[in-house]
Design a binder for this molecule. Structure first.
Ligand code: FES
Length: 169
């Protein structure tokens, strides 16, 4: 996804703004401030919005394109915010042979996003992951820290409805 394609509305709190400002003030006098600045921004905001890359660029006198290309190189950085609920479908062998692919597809269809994406309302992020060590319960998915096993399409649908309702309350 390119810098110009990001569609999420950027929202920040006063304390996030202040925290980043303080970090950048400390970093602007240091050599090699690029990585630490990106790491600080990722830690504070949970992702790297374009507005923040521009702010870092301005403060540290580093072109936005350079910050962007550094950040795309490392998997620790993300350009999209995570949803309130991260659904992670295990695609390890044991889960895969028991139909995890169908469950992932069905979630993608239901949420209208691809794995790795977040819904526009930031409620859900859909991911696939490797074995989480619960193969006896395959196929398995997690929603944030919660583990759901022995999934069927029906059970998977129920899990999603539970979180959709939870968010509406
Ligand atoms: S393969 Fe899914 S939990 Fe091990």
């Amino acid at each position: 996804m390119g810098v110009k394609e990001m569609v999420f509305e950027f929202i920040e709190t006063e304390s996030q703004k202040q925290e980043l400002e303080e970090s950048l003030t400390l970093l602007e006098v240091q050599e090699g401030a690029q990585m630490p600045a990106l790491q600080e921004a990722q830690r504070i905001y949970g992702y790297l919005p374009i507005e923040i890359l521009e702010r870092i660029s301005c403060k540290l006198q580093i072109p936005v394109e350079e910050l962007y290309s550094t950040a795309t190189f490392y998997s620790q950085f993300s350009f999209v915010p995570k949803g309130k609920f991260t659904i992670s479908v295990c695609m390890g062998t044991a889960c895969y042979v028991k139909g995890a692919g169908d469950i992932l597809d069905s979630y993608a269809q239901e949420l209208n996003i691809k794995p790795g994406e977040t819904t526009a309302d930031r409620k859900f992020t859909l991911e696939s992951c490797r074995c989480i060590g619960a193969c006896g319960l395959a196929p398995v998915l997690t929603v944030n820290e919660e583990v759901y096993g022995r999934l069927t399409k029906k059970k998977g649908d129920k899990v999603l409805v539970t979180y959709q309702k939870m968010e509406d309350e």
